[in-house]
Design a protein around this ligand. Structure first.
Ligand code: FES
Ligand code: FES
Length: 213
């Protein structure tokens, strides 16, 4: 702890927490960034839900069958974050404008804030937590972000990565301009677009290499 005369003690930041490790933590679990306002909204939402009554359904998320209670009007972003604890999916605008909530549904990127959870029964949902291999090897696009250190606060990172992974399935050899178009549904409030694009292009290159290897 650090303490200045006449002030409250301040917790020291561990010196072992490097920017690289911070970025890696966000990439794999998303736990380093949270939104207090949404946490508040979630608690009120859950209270209302209990009053309205719940329904138990099974979802295929990151290759696992997950039983979860959802309301008819509940969005997939809410279910993932507040029912299943998958907080790597971020909520920015909550109205299909920023892309930070993007997940793959049957390999296609969707804004999860604008998809009703009931509509994805029987479909495969992939979040940022499901991208790495079981042995912990990062997805090539995640590795590209690590290699290039392509984000600032990284709030938008999981949305960009999921969108890029979905886009690269349709075009594995994009030009920089094509990839920019492919991820244009994502916004970065730090306006770090040039570095983000460089990182995603590195990710595309990593994917091609891993497919060859
Ligand atoms: S939170 Fe879904 S698009 Fe912004
Ligand atoms: S890096 Fe901060 S929002 Fe994109």
């Amino acid at each position: 702890m650090t303490e200045k005369p006449g002030s409250e003690p301040i917790a020291d930041v561990p010196k072992s927490v490097s920017r690289r490790n911070f970025i890696k933590g966000v990439i794999t679990s998303g736990v380093a960034v949270s939104s207090a306002s949404y946490l508040f909204r979630a608690s009120t939402f859950v209270q209302g839900q209990q009053l309205a009554g719940e329904r138990l359904i099974t979802l295929n998320v990151n290759g696992q069958q997950r039983r979860v209670d959802v309301m008819k009007q509940e969005t997939l972003a809410t279910t993932l974050r507040y029912k299943l604890g998958l907080t790597g999916t971020k909520l920015g605008c909550d109205r299909a404008e920023c892309g930070s909530c993007t997940v793959l549904i049957d390999d296609i990127p969707y804004y999860s804030c604008s998809v009703l959870t009931h509509t994805v029964r029987g479909r495969k949902v992939m979040t940022i937590e499901g991208l790495a291999s079981a042995d912990g090897t990062l997805h090539p696009v995640q590795q590209g972000v690590i290699d290039e250190q392509g984000f600032q606060c990284a709030f938008c990172m999981s949305g960009f990565i999921m969108t890029a992974v979905g886009y690269l399935k349709t075009n594995p050899t994009p030009t920089r301009q094509q990839l920019a178009q492919g991820v244009s549904g994502c916004l970065c409030r730090c306006q770090d677009y040039d570095k983000i694009l460089t990182a995603l292009m590195r990710g595309a290159e990593n994917m091609r290499r891993s497919n060859l290897g």
